[in-house]
Design a protein around this ligand. Structure first.
Ligand code: PTJ
Length: 263
């Protein structure tokens, strides 16, 4: 399929360029067909936050980076969508936080694993976990393809970053006592609700932001990092994120911000 060229003055240029990256990723076997649908869902939720990173997402990004930096065995789980959208940021974040990259797919196919590994290598990755030739274990709490994890990666990790995720795995990871960090534009998804830290933002903005925070925070003391992690309240952050969406939409509809319920 021919790649479309989006004119520089198109009012939706950024969004259309990102969509092209996902389509291209699908053609290269990186993105699952269901990943196209997941992306569309993400686009809709991104509208509801004005397609901008807000203060709540900044706070969650800082907490997420602090959690990765203070972990003993952090890991970054890679699926098709995140690989197609921000491969270089994934590699950079991995290097800065010491969290290896592990391919873990819901819609597993050997061709997809290979295409994702190639894309990560092209983006500068030197070590990739989760491939078929690696030692693996299964998470008994999970029945999907994602149950197979790398023995040196998710299996032994204490903190797991799972961007753009399905709820079942988050639940299973929590059951086996992993600290789960996610990026999900839908603050009502099971993943968002079940994670320890949820960044409600588009990965195309939040991954580069996490890289920036990691550069700034990587020499911080364990105590400084711990303070940020323990000071983060995911339920409160999600509730405010949802309220922000409601207010944004009310503003768009010209009906003013929704009043706080005083009961
Ligand atoms: O590559 P695979 O085989 O591992 O499959 C990956 C997908 C994404 C297809 C799989 O994990 C899946 O089906 O996910 P869900 O259940 O559709 O959930 C995806 C969530 O990510 C939804 O809540 C979307 O709103 C959200 N989302 C989509 N695009 C973005 C996003 N969140 C942040 N940034 C985005 N760009």
């Amino acid at each position: 399929m021919t790649k479309i060229h989006v004119p520089a003055d198109h009012p939706r240029k950024d969004s259309l360029d990102i969509r092209e990256r996902i389509i291209e990723g699908h053609e290269k076997d990186i993105v699952a067909t269901a990943g196209l649908l997941a992306h569309g869902r993400g686009e809709a939720f991104d509208y509801m936050i004005g397609e901008q990173t807000n203060e709540l997402a900044h706070m969650a990004c800082r907490a997420a980076v602090a959690a990765l930096l203070s972990a003993k065995h952090p890991i970054i789980s890679v699926n098709g969508n995140i690989c197609a959208l921000v491969p270089r940021d994934l590699v950079e974040l991995s290097e800065l936080t010491g969290a290896p990259l592990e391919i873990n797919l819901f819609y597993y196919r050997a061709e997809r694993e290979e295409a994702i590994a190639t894309a990560l290598r092209n983006a500068g990755a030197t070590e990739i976990l989760g491939t078929h030739d690696r030692p693996s274990e299964t998470i008994p709490e999970l029945s999907s393809n994602r149950r197979k994890v790398d023995s040196e990666g998710i299996a032994k990790a204490d903190v797991v970053l799972v961007p753009l995720e399905d709820g079942d795995r988050t639940e299973a990871l929590r059951k086996i006592n992993k600290y789960v960090v996610t990026i999900d534009l839908n603050p009502m998804s099971r993943t968002a609700l079940l994670s320890n830290i949820t960044i409600v933002d588009n990965v195309v903005r939040s991954l580069p932001l996490m890289v920036e925070y990691a550069r700034e925070m990587r020499d911080w003391s364990a105590e400084q990092l711990r303070e940020i992690v323990t000071g983060f309240d995911n339920a409160a952050n999600l509730s405010k994120a949802l309220r922000m969406m409601i207010d944004y939409l009310s503003g768009q509809a010209g009906i003013g911000p929704v009043e706080e319920d005083e009961t």
